[in-house]
Design a protein around this ligand. Structure first.
Ligand SMILES: NC(=O)C1=CN([C@@H]2O[C@H](COP(=O)(O)OP(=O)(O)OC[C@H]3O[C@@H](n4cnc5c(N)ncnc54)[C@H](O)[C@@H]3O)[C@@H](O)[C@H]2O)C=CC1
Ligand SMILES: O=C(CO)COP(=O)(O)O
Length: 302
């Protein structure tokens, strides 16, 4: 992997012992084993060191972001804050840029999203992402791109963050379909009708159609609904197969499915597939009941 063109980066980790171990061993054995951390990367447990940068990437479970921004808003107020998290805050129904605007109104909010497993990027495999920011900055785009990570820029932050959040809900559903042995045709139907739901809600909330059709929407939907690397897909698979799933694993689609079901109810959006996901993850209905409910809906135009 060539990181020759990557500038200095500081990675903050909450656990001092883990930060020290990563800094000295040059490996994150818990989450990214087998990848040597590049020389320009410094790992620290000292938040002030990370906050010295002008550009800060936020990569934490979505339901943690509001608390983090509220706690550190003073230090973050003038920064460029780029969310890598994919989800909707369940308490407020806001995406990452909405949370940034709420807690750090003077910060510049951006979203980095699209089809990309962290392990693939870290291994230098070719990857393309969407960088969304209301003020389009080619400089930010160039700074974050590497020889193997190609960024496309857009000003459509709403579309980019909703695409990344919503696809996780359908990845759980797709995993359930495959885990339950319902077949590839059923998965294709679910992805297509799921994409239709994604477009319906995102366009109503101000997203642009081309963003939904791009890397951050359609692209990430394909990846997460078809890859067993996806934690959302794997949780769904376990649900479908009646297997146990480790509850400590970050699976963003669970909370996002609840947030989006609330959004759908409050705004009158029809999202029948998304509505099944919280019912399944809360074990309120069986997979057979969910399938039956979807197949017996009134016939309609496509
Ligand atoms: N892993 C992947 O391939 C990708 C992940 N993402 C997104 O990145 C976000 C984080 O996911 P992962 O890093 O994969 O999850 P993870 O579970 O591997 O790591 C989460 C990290 O957040 C930290 N964390 C938890 N609560 C925190 C808090 N209150 N304040 C600060 N840090 C906290 C944890 O200590 C841990 O280091 C999610 O929204 C996910 O959808 C996006 C694209 C790819
Ligand atoms: O967002 C991702 C890939 O683009 C990661 O997916 P999971 O969170 O389902 O592992």
């Amino acid at each position: 992997v060539s990181f020759a063109q990557v500038g200095p980066v500081t990675l903050w980790a909450r656990d001092p012992a883990q930060a020290e171990l990563m800094q000295t061993s040059r490996e994150n054995t818990r989450r990214l084993s087998g990848v040597t951390l590049p020389a320009p990367l410094t790992v620290t447990a000292n938040l002030a060191e990370a906050f010295a940068a002008d550009t800060i990437l936020l990569a934490m479970p979505m339901q943690q972001m509001a608390g983090f921004l509220a706690e550190h808003h003073a230090a973050l107020s003038e920064k460029t804050l780029i969310s890598c998290s994919k989800g909707i805050d369940i308490a407020t129904g806001l995406g990452a840029t909405g949370l940034i605007r709420t807690h750090c109104p003077d910060a510049r909010a951006a979203v980095l999203t699209g089809p990309s497993f962290a392990a693939d990027i870290a291994r230098g495999l070719p990857t393309a992402l969407t960088l969304a920011c209301a003020d389009p900055s080619a400089q930010l785009q160039a700074t974050l791109s590497t020889p193997t990570l190609r960024l496309y820029r857009t000003t459509d932050t709403v579309g980019a963050e909703l695409g990344g959040a919503l696809k996780n809900v359908y990845a759980i559903a797709a995993g359930t379909v495959i885990g339950a042995g319902l077949g590839d045709s059923a998965r294709a139907a679910l992805m297509t009708r799921g994409f239709s739901e994604m477009q319906r809600v995102a366009l109503a909330l101000g997203a642009r159609p081309e963003t939904l059709a791009g890397l951050s929407g359609f692209g990430d939907l394909i990846l997460t609904c078809t890859s067993t690397q996806s934690r959302n897909f794997r949780l769904g698979y376990a649900l479908g197969a009646g297997e146990a799933f480790d509850p400590s694993i970050t699976v963003e689609g669970v909370a996002t499915a609840k947030a989006v079901s609330n959004l759908a109810q409050n705004n009158g959006f029809e999202m029948p597939i998304a509505a099944m996901v919280p019912a399944l993850t809360d074990q309120k209905i069986s997979v057979a009941e969910a399938v039956q409910a979807l197949l017996t809906r009134p016939l309609k135009e496509e």
